[in-house]
Design a protein around this ligand. Structure first.
Ligand SMILES: [Zn+2]
Length: 288
């Protein structure tokens, strides 16, 4: 079972079948950007037949439950009559099978929409591999969807307190684990240590892998870690973090119940799962 949204794939990408993105009998998802067509008034994807789907770029998603699945990426926004809803909003509402296909489709839709031209020579590229590659007829370069790794980490100190931070964009009281993008030529572990040092001035020693979450809004892969601080004094870099604090498990529970500290919703982000893994308990709805 998955511990947070998008963690476990529930479809076979069947990459050997990327020659034909629109096989007969396929169930078809319609999307534009991160918005997908949904069934009216129910939080479910509106699967269509090949003939019902509007015009757009066809993408092969793969096989699931003995059925073929494809997506049509429309040019611009999904028409209002198809009830477009962001996959980010649908994440906690969809069944795991549809969510698995949706996260794959959104990642491709965002990439296809953002990269029509060759970054080497500027020629308009041709879509290949049923939406999973682009080929440049000008310079013969092949281009593939990019994924930008970001690290997200729950740091503890020698007393096993957790380090949480608040972004300047967030309201008072809303906290999360620290996170940041991996820089070119940097290991994931070094990115964890650098980001924590930059954001809150805390040095981190041991770093261990916890899990990962695709987050295609537009192209991130969140790579989760647990890390152990070698000091506790916090010096906040106020451009990236408004405030940071160390909390014990009892303090976090007391804050949660009093509503004085809010966390990301349980089951959606790897951030809340990292906190829950440390806490040994699920974050309840009152804390969101
Ligand atoms: Zn080119």
């Amino acid at each position: 079972m998955s511990r947070f949204a998008f963690e476990v794939a529930r479809h076979d990408r069947a990459a050997h079948r990327r020659r034909d993105p629109r096989p007969e009998g396929a169930r078809v998802m319609v999307l534009g950007g991160e918005h997908v067509a949904t069934a009216a008034e129910i939080p479910a994807i509106a699967w269509m037949s090949r003939d019902e789907a509007p015009d757009g770029e066809w993408v092969w998603l793969g096989e699931q439950g003995g059925r073929d699945h494809a997506a049509v990426v429309v040019d611009g926004r999904v028409p209002a009559e198809l009830n477009p809803v962001s996959v980010r909003v649908l994440a906690p509402l969809l069944d795991p099978e549809d969510l698995s296909l949706a996260v794959h489709a959104v990642a491709l839709a965002r990439w296809l929409a953002a990269t029509p031209f060759c970054p080497r020579c500027g020629t308009r590229t041709e879509v290949r591999q049923a939406g999973h590659a682009r080929h440049c007829p000008g310079c013969a370069a092949d281009h593939f969807p990019r994924t930008d790794p970001a690290v997200i980490m729950l740091i503890t100190d020698a007393e096993d307190r957790a380090l949480l931070g608040r972004s300047p964009a967030w309201p008072e009281g809303r906290f999360s684990t620290l996170a940041g993008f991996v820089e070119p030529g940097e290991s994931l572990e070094d990115a964890v240590r650098r980001e924590v040092a930059e954001e809150v001035g805390v040095t981190v020693g041991e770093v261990g892998y916890a899990g990962s979450q695709p987050w295609p809004f537009p192209a991130s892969l969140m790579v989760g870690f647990f890390g152990r601080a070698t000091m506790t004094e916090i010096t906040v870099d106020t451009t990236e973090i408004a405030e940071a604090l160390w909390v014990t498990r009892d303090e976090l529970r007391a804050h949660g119940e009093a509503g004085t500290l809010l966390l990301p919703p349980s089951g959606v982000s790897i951030s809340s799962w990292l906190v829950e893994a440390w806490l040994g308990d699920q974050i309840t709805a009152a804390w969101f």
